[in-house]
Design a protein around this ligand. Structure first.
Ligand code: GDP
Ligand code: MG
Length: 308
């Protein structure tokens, strides 16, 4: 970790591999990451449908984020079982910073995480923070539950939509209105960008949340860089607001508590499924499938057996 903090990207890469692999070594790395060293300035999540321009926008934002210090980028792909493909794809799409020692880019895909990708990503984000990265950018592909969960591990969540796709009804259906701190209508060089922004603005005006932050809707052309400085200003503005209202610390604390809860659920489920070499799980779930046992009763019974 000391080497990683000094900018050794290979060391950081090895630590991330340990976190991804899980188990005892991941726990040991996790122990290194607690304490006041985790003074990351801002964790920024970018989410939105595939092809909306998240990687292109991320590539642009890296340059602006460098004003704060070193940058870590995590590209998380819940849909891809092949991490190799994801790595190649993201290297190709973020070419602007390959030679910058202050920028570390890493991909994570579904393989090996068995539904725990959001948890693995949370651990990776904490590691990047502990390794002294001032800004961590997390790009997630797609708009499913896992993506929204990963976005929830950020201080600021940017939702990227396009003209046409960006109509407010679709965004709200995908649960994006709730997680967005900043909206970007990217590909504003295409027809319908104004309409998309107006639609989103209209819906957002209806529901200013209790946090007092009304997500701004910005237009950008990530491929040329147009509007990207305004996107960055909005992202920083959200951070300033979080800090001024004491929500930055509160939000980060709550994220750790939520992560603990999710990990606990996973550990308990692993234990229960492994009871008696898996036979208990099989017996009881067969009884549930045969309608001989109610799922609530079944779960309670398994939990009790695990406690014995
Ligand atoms: N016309 C146009 N194309 C863009 C813009 N931003 C990105 N693209 C292109 O859209 C495609 C998908 O971009 P990418 O960043 O890989 O999207 P991602 O899947 O959301 O990460 C690429 O061919 C980009 O060059 C934009 O603002 N305007
Ligand atoms: Mg991408």
């Amino acid at each position: 970790l000391a080497a990683a903090r000094d900018g050794d990207k290979a060391a950081l890469g090895r630590l991330l591999s340990l976190v991804e692999r899980g188990g005892e070594q991941a726990k040991a790395v996790g122990r290194l990451t607690i304490g006041p060293s985790a003074a990351v300035d801002q964790v920024i999540g970018l989410t939105g449908a595939p092809g909306t321009g998240k990687s292109t926008l991320t590539d642009r934002l890296i340059g602006l984020a460098r004003q704060q210090g070193t940058v870590g980028v995590l590209a998380v792909d819940p849909s891809s079982p092949l991490s190799g493909g994801a790595i190649l794809g993201d290297r190709v799409r973020m070419p602007g910073h390959a030679l910058d020692d202050g920028v570390f880019i890493r991909s994570m895909a579904t393989r090996g995480h068995h539904g725990g990708l959001a948890l693995a990503a949370a651990g990776a984000i904490r590691l990047l923070a502990a390794a002294g990265r001032a800004v961590v950018l997390v790009e997630t592909v797609g708009v499913g539950q896992v993506e929204v969960e990963i976005a929830g591990a950020a201080d600021t969540t940017v939702v990227v939509v396009n003209p046409g796709w960006g109509d407010a009804v679709q965004a709200s259906k995908a649960g994006l209105l709730e997680v967005a701190d900043v909206f970007v209508v990217n590909k504003a060089d295409r027809h319908g960008a104004d309409q998309a922004r107006q639609d989103l603005d209209r819906v957002l005006d209806l529901g200013v949340g209790s946090s007092g932050w009304r997500p701004p809707v910005l237009m950008a052309v990530a491929s040329t860089g147009r509007g990207v400085e305004d996107v960055w200003a909005a992202i920083r503005g959200h951070r300033d607001q979080l800090e001024a209202t004491g929500q930055l610390t509160a939000r980060r604390n709550q994220q750790l508590v939520d992560e603990t809860g999710r990990l606990l659920v996973r550990l308990v489920e692993q234990d229960v499924r492994a009871l008696d070499g898996g036979r208990r799980w099989q017996q009881i779930t067969e009884a549930v499938a045969a309608r001989r046992l109610d799922p609530h009763e079944a779960a309670a019974e398994l939990l009790e057996l695990a406690g014995q």
